[in-house]
Design a protein around this ligand. Structure first.
Ligand SMILES: Nc1ncnc2c1ncn2[C@@H]1O[C@H](COP(=O)(O)OP(=O)(O)OP(=O)(O)O)[C@@H](O)[C@H]1O
Length: 225
């Protein structure tokens, strides 16, 4: 097991400020090394909230998130930031690529932040562009790439530091079916080569069916399907 969310509860204040909305209700999840897991659930069921908590982007009200048995919320700010940059790779529905940088530079960024030389970072970024089938797009800026290409760059960037776990929130949510299949093929192939675990949020049954474990989130609880 690499990541474990234990007895997680998350509540938000309702808009009026008087009540509370319980989004996650004393629920738990375990991510095995090398596995692909998906979380499905209706809109507003708390999938993104769960992903943010597991990735150390948001804190639960109660419960813990353990990374190889260490609680990530006991880490100081610096350790938590370095944990996120070195061990995790995030992919969101809207890729958040930096518009003023090329595809290659966007992919290199997490490695440069980590202190890798531009040569080393460039080598791996070029390898990842190749693996995602877009080596000829290295010098393009995000606006010069199609939606599917942008999402491949975002995935390559998430893999840059050879993370142990990719956390992906609707990574193909804004793409058509063909593009979705192709991009998942690339990601799942690379998972085997790089031995990375993947936790994906999705609305699409077909994607869920390609995973090892499907979690359904409903009324604050996760259930394995
Ligand atoms: N910062 C916040 N403050 C108050 N309420 C919030 C906040 N963030 C999320 N919520 C509420 O918590 C619930 C769960 O939101 P969340 O984004 O986790 O759902 P989701 O399952 O990812 O939805 P979708 O599939 O539509 O993206 C929603 O009702 C949302 O309005």
């Amino acid at each position: 097991m690499i990541l474990e969310g234990k007895n997680i509860t998350k509540q938000y204040k309702t808009e009026s400020g008087n009540g509370t909305l319980t989004v996650l209700d004393d629920t738990s999840i375990s991510i095995e090394k090398g596995s692909i897991s998906t979380v499905i659930g209706v809109s507003g069921s708390g999938k993104s909230t769960l992903l943010h908590i597991l990735g150390g982007l948001d804190k639960p009200n109660t419960g813990t998130v353990l990374w190889k048995n260490d609680s990530i919320y006991d880490m100081n700010r610096e350790s938590l930031a370095s944990f996120r940059n070195n061990k995790l790779g995030f992919v969101f529905q809207f890729h958040h690529l930096l518009p003023e940088f090329t595809a290659l530079e966007n992919i290199m960024m997490p490695a440069l932040i980590r202190g890798k030389t531009p040569e080393k970072a460039g080598q791996r970024a070029n390898y990842l562009l190749e693996e995602f089938g877009i080596p000829d797009r290295a010098e393009h800026r995000p606006t010069q790439l199609s939606g599917g290409e942008q999402q491949r760059v975002a995935m390559a960037r998430a893999l840059m530091n050879s993370p142990d776990l990719i956390l992906a929130d609707e990574p193909t949510g804004n793409l058509d079916e063909d593009n979705t299949s192709v991009i998942l093929d690339y990601l799942f192939n690379l998972r085997e080569i790089e031995e990375v675990s993947i936790l994906l949020i999705t609305h699409e049954k077909e994607i869920a069916n390609r995973s090892d474990t499907i979690y359904q989130l409903s009324k604050g609880k996760l259930e394995i399907l």
